[in-house]
Design a protein around this ligand. Sequence first.
Ligand SMILES: NC(=O)c1ccc[n+]([C@@H]2O[C@H](COP(=O)([O-])OP(=O)(O)OC[C@H]3O[C@@H](n4cnc5c(N)ncnc54)[C@H](OP(=O)(O)O)[C@@H]3O)[C@@H](O)[C@H]2O)c1
Length: 247
Amino acid sequence: MKTVLITGCSSGYGLETARHFHAQGWNVVATMRTPREDVLPRSDRLRLVSLDVTKPESIAAALEASGPIDVLVNNAGLGLMGAFEATPMTTVREVFETNVFGVMAMTQAVLPRLRARKSGVIVNVTSSATLAPMPLVAVYTASKVAIEGFTESLAFELESFNLQVKLVEPGYCPDTRFTSNGSSRMEGLFPEPYAPFAQRIFASLGQPATVTRPSDVAEAVWQAANDTSGTLRFPAGPDAVALARSA
Ligand SMILES: NC(=O)c1ccc[n+]([C@@H]2O[C@H](COP(=O)([O-])OP(=O)(O)OC[C@H]3O[C@@H](n4cnc5c(N)ncnc54)[C@H](OP(=O)(O)O)[C@@H]3O)[C@@H](O)[C@H]2O)c1
């Protein structure tokens, strides 16, 4: 029976991905910064482990507690929307700490274990923002594009060890805690000169033609983790799939 470790399972895409792998009969190590007992089924195939991907000691302790894993899903991420000019560099660094360095640190920490087992898959969750440029998300997009490039290159050096790295590119989902989790970081990021532009963008975002559901992302992560075709990118959700086709 295979084991998946997923980061950021307290809500949204990570939580649904944990449910999906569990429903498919896998062992699941569902990691959260603050473990929540109430959101996942009680099962001897499902373990909650505390993990903050920005803290090396937390990563080491989580991997020690997890035992052997077959698949790592780097899902944990922070959102950020705002005018770049108004975004403090501390906020830029905060986003990169989780979205970029957190993914790299997790990957570096699991690689010796996967290499010793001579098999394994790492799935990095990026965003459809990497498929077509979107306004007011320059920092967030930069963090996700960084992981796209990182993953593309890493795939070559891991191939000879029978290890695979994959990208899942979700579209926009209004139902996760993504926006509310990021709202305090976005305060003050739309100063007066940018306000008319920002209002136009918010108005256009209000009624999206299609959106992504957490189950779309869970299914795409599942496909990526079980892929035997050598596919690197898995757009997730109808909006992301449409962008990938037109890219
Ligand atoms: N929702 C969208 O529209 C959308 C679109 C494209 C891509 N994505 C990507 O999809 C992934 C999941 O997002 P979501 O929509 O499911 O958002 P979400 O509901 O806010 O979930 C994000 C998860 O990441 C966790 N997290 C944040 N910082 C962390 C850290 N330092 N260490 C460990 N966990 C951390 C959060 O934990 P806490 O509960 O502790 O904060 C939460 O469990 C992210 O990588 C995001 O960039 C989202």
